[in-house]
Design a protein around this ligand. Sequence first.
Ligand code: NAD
Length: 386
Amino acid sequence: MAGKVDLDGNAIKPITICMIGAGGFIGSHLCEKLMHETSHKVLAVDVYSDKIKHLLEPATLDWADRIQFHRINIKNDSRLEGLIKMADLTINLAAICTPADYNTRPLDTIYSNFIDALPVVKYCSENGKRLIHFSTCEVYGKTIGAFLPKDSPLRKDPAYYVLKEDTSPCIFGSIEKQRWSYACAKQLIERLIYAEGAENGLEFTIVRPFNWIGPRMDFIPGIDGPSEGVPRVLACFSNNLLRREPLKLVDGGESQRTFIYIKDAIEAVLLMIENPARANGHIFNVGNPNNEVTVRQLAEMMTQVYSKVSGESSIETPTIDVSSKEFYGEGYDDSDKRIPDMTIINKQLGWNPKTSLWDLLESTLTYQHRTYAEAIKQAMSKTTAN
Ligand code: NAD
């Protein structure tokens, strides 16, 4: 990749990146991008490596000397500091980040998103290393507009719902709504990183992903994850489509979300990695404001797209309603609407998302069908035979 320059025309020097959580959904795509399109080295840290196996083996791969896997649980492993010291930049992706866990495993959620991230921040700060930390759009919580009367014309005014990094408040529900344990832990680690920057000069960038989706997201229950597991919405709906079951709409599927294709989002992360002078000290929303739908509309679109890519007609009753209490248990709550403001990322990195919702669902569901349809058929025929 000789001759590659950053946004200011300076040559990009190869660096070593300690990527924690590299074996997850986002980590696997970021590792792929770094191996295919750059000369940077990656020290990949995770407890799992299945999603990056294709980048680690065989040893004859072009980039074999640029990626090393370290099977480390960052909760209790003294090797972490050494890896952070060896790297120029640390990217922390490690987290429990599936909504089904927030109210059912609130302690694990808080420990994972706050306590376990503390040493990472401390080692970066003490050793003068740059940190890109993955937070979430959930730190915004609910919109101001959600508290207006249903028929208020102000609900249509973007000032009441567009989420801005530097001005929007973080609005969570009461403590007994344990759903907010994740958002609150992420918010506190953001505040800690920001304070390390202000008081001790830590060079940091905070990323707030807005529903990144694509291949390798989560797992399909009973195939490559626990049968009773509840993944995020893309994998939940994919599982229903693959099994020809109705898609379950929680509380009518009225929540609104913006979805962005993982490959568009990874472009933004690469710009942050390679343009430290423009990215340091910033918090970035990374989402696609043009891809907004209700969860019900998402279910309908996924049903249409899956029918196209699989060649199978959709079932007679494609969706059913379930209550959040039934689906997620006690203590669930939700954000009403999440539209990212793009001003800061646009100004600093000149980045914009490209892929439409239909296109990103088409490529993702093609992957889901190719990867899982056969395994599901076999698993279902075994169950019927038994
Ligand atoms: P993911 O669950 O696929 O990946 C997280 C990875 O971290 C997993 O591979 C997991 O094994 C690893 N990990 C967790 N705890 C660890 C530990 N103690 N030691 C070592 N490894 C550990 O999730 P993702 O979608 O790739 O998300 C990555 C980050 O982005 C998370 O911090 C998440 O909160 C944030 N995020 C993602 C989205 C999204 O749209 N995908 C949205 C908001 C926030």
